[in-house]
Design a binder for this molecule. Structure first.
Ligand code: 13P
Ligand code: SF4
Length: 359
């Protein structure tokens, strides 16, 4: 596998000032007091998270949970939350939870007028690309991604000049501008299938060099990779995982394919965040270590009380920018709206829909 790079580094693509507040209006900020009514109305939700959120913390979350759930109805809004969102978001206010592919599919199918993205900026852009007529809000537009910020549309055009005729696959962890330049997108759950569907000897994969290397291990297709990496997953090492296995040979190690290949190699299973969750749900291992962002273990633990989770904690600082207060603020003020130039969005949609149509 060959790795290429450029000196250009871009930030997450900026979100335009919101016009959504003008279209939908601003609502009054709900009362956020902890009252017997709030306790009663949120008791069934606390049941879902009581193993991970101590009782002393619930009175801080519950008024936000109630206010957000009430406002969602008023706004005809859905919250699409990635598996890395914190337990109070994932379990108590999200309408749909999932990996990037699941969230992209739902965004395209939802009847709601407003989508609030519990996730990072590229995920909100993907929702907007697939639902151009809906209002898509991201509670914090600074929620970026080290992969998405490692490559620009100009970088992709330079790759095309360097490798004429070679198809380019973009991981969904990229900006709309990059998606508009490539032939097809992929996620961690379908990367191998996407690469092989192209029927070519050589394929360029951007921007994750580790996802590309993990695909290269499973296919005869020659992969040319960009040099990006996930700042969360690149920190895991095979040595640390082998130490956990030395302490407990029966432990199951389950890795995300954004981890370096030598990490994936020592693990029992590798797959998208949804596939990792499915592994735990169906196999019910006695003890497991999820080699990924640490909120996932909290969320999966709440649903699998019989499994013991070993928790080395690598947080995604971008995912953690999304909080209950910011989600509430989004629904009250209709901000921050994701706006993409319609011509660019239509070009990006081709790449995302081509992936979704692969099934
Ligand atoms: P998934 O598509 O597997 O959920 O991965 C998204 C992501 O950003 C992982 O870091
Ligand atoms: Fe990006 Fe990594 Fe955070 Fe996922 S975990 S959003 S790939 S920085």
């Amino acid at each position: 596998m060959q790795v290429v790079s450029s000196s250009q580094i871009s930030g997450a693509s900026p979100v335009q000032p919101s016009l959504a507040a003008l279209r939908h209006g601003v609502l009054p900020m709900p009362n956020l007091a902890w009252t017997p009514e709030v306790a009663r109305e949120t008791a069934h939700l606390y049941e879902k998270v009581k193993s991970i959120i101590p009782p002393i913390e619930w009175p801080f979350h519950a008024p936000y949970v109630k206010a957000i759930n009430d406002l969602k109805k008023e706004r005809n809004a859905v919250i699409l939350a990635h598996n890395y969102q914190t337990p109070e978001i994932y379990n108590c206010v999200a309408d749909v939870v999932g990996d990037s592919l699941q969230l992209a599919r739902i965004a395209g199918e939802s009847d709601a007028q407003v989508i609030v993205q519990g996730g990072v900026h590229f995920m909100a852009e993907t929702s907007k690309i697939l639902s151009p007529d809906k209002t898509v809000l991201i509670p914090d537009s600074q929620a970026g991604c080290s992969l998405a910020s490692s490559i620009t549309g100009a970088d992709v055009r330079a790759l095309r000049r360097q490798y004429p005729g070679v198809p380019i696959v973009a991981y969904v962890n990229t900006s709309a501008e990059v998606k508009a330049e490539v032939d097809i997108c992929c996620t961690s759950s379908n990367a191998l299938k996407v690469v092989e569907s192209l029927g070519e000897d050589t394929v360029i994969m951007v921007p994750d060099r580790f996802l590309a290397a993990n695909v290269a291990r499973q296919t005869k297709v020659k992969i040319i990779a960009w040099h990006g990496a996930c700042e969360v997953h690149e920190r895991f090492t095979a040595e640390e995982l082998l130490r956990y296995r030395e302490d407990d040979p029966s432990i199951k190690l389950v890795a995300h394919p954004e981890c370096p290949p030598e990490v994936v190699e020592v693990c029992d299973f590798s797959g998208s965040t949804a596939a990792m969750i499915d592994y735990v749900k169906t196999r019910q291992p006695r003890r497991v270590l999820l080699v990924t962002e640490c909120s996932m273990a909290d969320n999966v633990a709440a649903e699998n009380p019989g499994v013991d989770f070993v928790r080395p904690c690598n947080l995604c600082p971008h995912m953690k920018r999304i909080t209950l207060p910011k989600i509430l603020d989004s629904l009250v003020h209709m901000r921050e709206e994701v706006v993409i130039d319609p011509i660019l969005a239509a070009r990006a949609r081709r790449s995302v829909e081509r992936m979704i149509e692969l099934k």
